[in-house]
Design a protein around this ligand. Structure first.
Ligand SMILES: [Zn+2]
Length: 116
């Protein structure tokens, strides 16, 4: 019997190949005044699945750059700048992002439902 994706996540192994959309791992940007560019991402904040293409499955509809769980971005411009810039969406950076563990429960639940 194969492990559920959430279980695989917990055990640190990563195999999410049958996802019907392109994605990467990203966290919410949290602007802090007087800090540099790299301080916009708090390493302790939840890791979400960020969609790299528009998708609609059943009643769930998301657009390029949205989090799978639907968490709303307070600062979408900054979010796009951080996560969707030319470098951030290269295959290499996408693969690198996927080495992080997804910690958003809702993202995990949904990706598990969609990936069969
Ligand atoms: Zn999420």
């Amino acid at each position: 019997m194969s492990l559920s994706y959430a279980q695989q996540q917990l055990e640190g192994s990563y195999s999410l190949t049958a996802t019907p959309f392109k994605w990467k791992v990203a966290e919410k940007v949290q602007p802090r005044s007087g800090r540099g560019f790299y301080d916009y991402v708090n390493p302790t904040s939840a890791k979400h699945i960020l969609l790299l293409e528009d998708m609609q499955i059943g009643r769930i509809k998301r657009e390029y750059g949205d989090f799978l769980c639907g968490k709303v971005q307070i600062n979408r411009k900054l979010h796009d700048l951080m996560h969707l810039n030319d470098i951030a969406v290269t295959e290499r950076e996408i693969e690198k992002s996927k080495q992080q563990r997804i910690t958003c429960k809702k993202c995990l639940e949904l990706v598990e439902r969609f990936s069969i």
